[in-house]
Design a protein around this ligand. Structure first.
Ligand code: PEP
Length: 248
């Protein structure tokens, strides 16, 4: 299975900086076709970024999606709209959405289902807080979050991507060790295997301060099928180094 390297740009960038970041990444991509690559700009820029990347190996995703198809839902973007402007992936349940927008496990599951219904691949983000890890609750939390998504998507479970992102590692510079990450990825894989015979085909990404220096070791773990990268995805050289580390 090809690994997936996904950049979450969060609420960063503008037309000019997006264009130069994409140019620099595209210029450095020659010969690097051994992994899938994705960038997730803020929703306002998804269409422009998708136009720029049309015909290139880089896919485009959004950072959130509504559970509604259309109507009086001010400020929301539906999965059909994301698909219409060129997004083929969408992050659901990123910890920043769970924290700042109070998204529940069930809502995240519904978002995953709404995305799949329109042919957009959901990247379901799960992960424990520092307090939960210290209380020994990591596996229970991750399993609870994943169970809600698996339940919501039903027989389509093999079409999702999962991103394990320990909250304490996001944007903090603290990365899970490869062993810590692999241990949780193995738990996730086992849970997926209980839901589908195709669990080995489901990509499980690691996210949380993955960078040019630590990517290779993380990506070498048997159940780490790629990375969801925040800060380092905004620097072309760092992102390309991670893409290089992900070549099959
Ligand atoms: C993220 O936003 O999903 C993320 C992993 O961020 P960072 O790489 O900056 O920790």
């Amino acid at each position: 299975m090809k690994k997936l390297i996904a950049g979450n740009w969060k609420m960063n960038g503008d037309n000019a900086s997006n264009a130069s970041l994409l140019d620099a990444i595209l210029n450095g991509l020659t010969g690097l076709d051994g992994c899938d690559i994705l960038v997730c700009p803020p929703s306002l820029y998804v269409a422009t970024v998708a136009q720029r990347l049309n015909g290139t190996p880089i896919a485009v995703g959004a950072q959130d999606v509504s559970i509604q198809e259309k109507g009086a839902f001010t400020g929301e973007n539906s999965a059909g709209m994301l698909r219409d402007v060129g997004a083929s992936y969408v992050l659901v349940g990123h910890s920043e959405r769970r924290q700042y927008h109070h998204e529940t496990d069930n809502l995240v599951g519904e978002k995953a289902q709404a995305a799949l219904a329109k042919g957009v691949t959901p990247i379901v983000c799960i992960g424990e807080t520092l307090a939960e890890r210290e209380a020994g609750e990591t596996n229970a939390v991750v399993k609870r979050q994943l169970a809600a998504a698996v339940h919501a998507v039903g027989h389509c479970v093999s079409e999702i991507v999962v991103a394990y992102e320990p909250v304490w590692a996001i944007g903090t510079g603290k990365t899970a060790t490869p062993e810590q990450a692999q241990a949780v990825h193995a738990v996730i894989r086992a849970q997926l295997a209980a839901a589908t015979p195709n669990a080995t085909r489901i990509k499980i990404l690691y996210g949380g301060s993955m960078n040019a220096a630590n990517a290779a070791q993380l990506l070498a773990q048997p159940d780490i099928d790629g990375g969801l990268i925040g800060g380092a995805a905004l620097k072309a050289d760092d992102f390309l180094t991670i893409v290089r580390a992900a070549q099959n």
